[in-house]
Design a binder for this molecule. Structure first.
Ligand code: R5P
Length: 314
């Protein structure tokens, strides 16, 4: 009981609602801090509480505006380091730049590595994140990374729908491992939509691998960005005779035409988490948000008490 009192929770300005929900689950308050902008756009940060020696968890997804949220996180980490926090954990429920994790053509950065370097350089002692686009990004850090999965949270919602004899579908070959994990737990078949990316915002679907005719399909993916991949996959599944289509995705980044595409897509239900903040009034009426706050709160509690985090992966 004494150790839990040494825990301090802090939020950046990216997603204060998620941080508040995490705090409620931990029965803690959020530390008093200023995270504002100066008139020229620079971050104005100040922590108004003594945090010397404390086990501080700063919650900040690096979602759009990605660069602002990333810089603010670095400045928060620097603030904590210079305030003599005992241990600093960056809780990054959505890890931006994760899709740039390798040099797949000449003269491009490995942006995910740069993000990792800057978080550590700014003061992070450990990282908690959720469904990173590529799990191997953990290797870009030489500090502990607790990589959580939203699968148990989304699975609960899928179970609740009572879908008969589902087929789990990945909208691209790269997502097969994730889809297989869902399929195993749902005792479902697996299908793959063979997608080719033409550019950052354009994809083309080549084939569906697997039997989807007359079946209830559950498309799983790590993120919806412009919504192109997932809505094309849904359309192709319907053309191949799918009876129903449900989408379950960890990170609803929803940029550009995403909301319009999701609204017009031939899908019965869209399930996402609250790793990224949403304006509920703008979202399609068939979209449900499942909170990862209890999962993140439990991970923070376990880390603070030096207890296993992998028990949360079930
Ligand atoms: C791709 O590898 C990812 O898993 C997502 O499918 C992709 O990033 C989603 O992007 P968009 O929504 O723009 O198609």
């Amino acid at each position: 009981m004494e150790r839990i009192n040494e825990l301090t929770l802090l939020t950046g300005s990216a997603h204060p609602q998620l941080a508040k929900d995490v705090a409620i689950h931990l029965d803690k308050h959020l530390a008093d801090a200023v995270t504002e902008r100066f008139p020229d756009g620079e971050c104005n940060i100040k922590v108004n509480e003594d945090i010397r020696g404390r086990d501080v968890f700063v919650i900040q997804p690096t979602c759009p505006p990605v660069n602002d949220n990333w810089v603010e996180l670095m400045l928060l980490l620097d603030t904590l380091k210079r305030s003599s926090a005992g241990r600093i954990t960056a809780v990054v429920p959505y890890f931006g730049y994760a899709r740039k994790d390798r040099k797949d053509e000449g003269r491009v950065p490995i942006s995910a590595k740069v993000v990792a370097n800057t978080l550590v350089g700014a003061g992070a002692d450990r990282i908690v994140t959720l469904d990173m686009h590529a799990a191997q990004i953990q290797g870009f850090f030489d500090i502990p990374v607790d990589h959580l999965y939203s699968r148990p949270v989304l699975m609960q919602a899928i179970y609740g729908m009572g879908i008969q004899s589902p087929v789990v579908v990945t909208p691209d070959v790269g997502g097969t491992k994730m889809a297989r994990a869902y399929a195993k737990r749902l005792h479902a078949d697996l299908a793959i939509v063979d997608k080719r990316r033409l550019s950052g915002s354009e994809t083309v679907v080549e084939h569906v691998i697997g039997d989807v005719e007359g079946r209830n399909c559950v498309i799983v993916d790590d993120m919806i960005s412009t919504g192109g991949s997932i809505t094309q996959a849904a359309t192709v599944l319907r053309s191949a005779g799918a009876k129903s289509v449900v989408i379950a995705v960890s990170h609803a980044v929803l940029c550009g035409p995403a909301i319009q595409r999701l609204t017009e897509a031939p899908v019965d239900r869209i399930l996402v988490t609250d790793s990224v903040p949403q304006n509920m009034a703008e979202l399609p009426s068939n979209l449900g948000v499942c909170s990862v706050a209890p999962l993140i709160a439990q991970a923070i509690r376990n880390i603070h008490l030096s207890e296993s985090v992998s028990s949360l992966f079930q």
